[in-house]
Design a protein around this ligand. Structure first.
Ligand code: ZN
Length: 343
């Protein structure tokens, strides 16, 4: 089983003649991170680059990453490439329809890059990639129904049912972050109002703190800073204030925990999972804020006192989950070591 990221160095590539590797690349809005990944999910030779703004530069940068990763490998060792993309893909996952922070629009990325690299290429949504990695090599291993929720600037989610990723009929499920929890609530960039991620994410913390500061008579430094310079406060500042005992910071984190419990209870009601894994920059803090998860979920989930409730666990693969999952899916499709059906 994989270890937590802090304890998870990249390792030497085994010299076994049968070793087959795949490449995983996580293409985020700010950074590209690519690596060779072996059949047990171990990560080798990580290469990171800033994400460029134009299609040509993005394709060129990815090409440099791939060329550097395959350069020292014997021919035939690398079986394919998996790209984890933060955006909407077509149903067959060959075309990037739209990615808010990437220049690709309606571009058949898989085909174009496969031709260029001479390697088969698979695309996957980044949340699904991370979820698949936690299922194959991390905290969701063995789950019959597992939900992997990534909590950072927003909320991403992946659903694993009987060893397969569940993507819905049109490939866009599950968008848990955009469940409407407050009718007419805070505006969401998705176009709706009151979405869960507007109340339960790193970026939501500043909104919650600002609302609480207006409602209550808070005297601590966070309230003073918010009144003086709201635009300069970020979610991390709210967490730090809470850690320092600032009353507004503490109350804001409690609200965050309350909303998270509401969201997870909806997940329990709809999917009845045996395992929920929390990943992303807010994950560790989320687990802490939830406290006794079963006690939090029992009154919120339908029939909560009379049914089994899921384990809620911290993800084990950290920032590399997306690229590990994409690489593993590529290995499964393109002839790597045999794995269970990847859906
Ligand atoms: Zn939304």
């Amino acid at each position: 089983m994989a270890r937590p990221e802090s304890d998870r160095p990249t390792t030497d590539i085994p010299t076994d003649a049968t070793t087959r590797l795949s490449i995983g690349v996580d293409i985020g809005g700010s950074n590209i991170r690519g690596a060779l990944v072996d059949s047990v999910g171990a990560v080798h030779t990580v290469i990171a680059e800033a994400t460029p703004d134009t299609v040509k530069e993005l394709d060129d940068t990815l090409t440099v990453v791939i060329e550097r990763l395959v350069a020292d490998q014997p021919a035939g060792t690398v079986v394919g490439v998996g790209l984890a993309v933060a955006g909407f893909l077509d149903r067959d996952r060959r075309i990037v329809r739209f990615a808010p922070h990437l220049p690709w629009v309606d571009r058949p990325v898989g085909e174009i890059l496969a031709d260029r690299w001479g390697l088969p290429v698979l695309l996957e949504h980044d949340a699904n990639s991370a979820g698949w990695a936690e299922y194959r090599h991390g905290a969701a291993a063995g789950a019959r129904v597992g939900v992997v929720v990534t909590i950072g600037t927003g909320i991403g989610a992946a659903l694993l049912v009987d060893g397969e990723l569940f993507r819905g009929a049109h490939g866009v499920a599950p968008e848990l972050g955009h469940l409407q929890v407050v009718p007419g609530g805070r505006r969401c960039p998705c176009g709706k109002r009151g979405c869960l991620e507007r109340y339960c994410s790193g970026t939501a913390l500043v909104d919650t703190a600002t609302e609480l500061a207006l409602e209550g008579d808070y005297a601590g430094p966070l309230a003073q800073t918010l009144r003086a310079a709201r635009g300069g406060v970020v979610g991390r500042d709210v967490v730090s204030a809470a850690d320092a005992g600032d009353p507004l910071g503490v109350d804001t984190m409690h609200r965050f925990g309350d909303w998270l419990a509401v969201g997870l209870a909806s997940v329990v009601d709809v999917f009845d999972p045996d395992c929920i894994v929390l990943c992303g920059g807010m994950a560790r803090r989320s687990i802490r804020e939830l406290g006794d998860v079963q006690a939090r979920l029992r009154p919120l989930a339908t029939g909560g006192a009379h049914r089994p409730l899921p384990d809620v666990r911290l993800g084990m693969l950290g920032e590399t989950a997306g690229l590990i999952g994409a690489a593993d899916l590529a290995a499964a499709r393109f002839g790597g070591p045999s794995v269970t059906a990847a859906g």
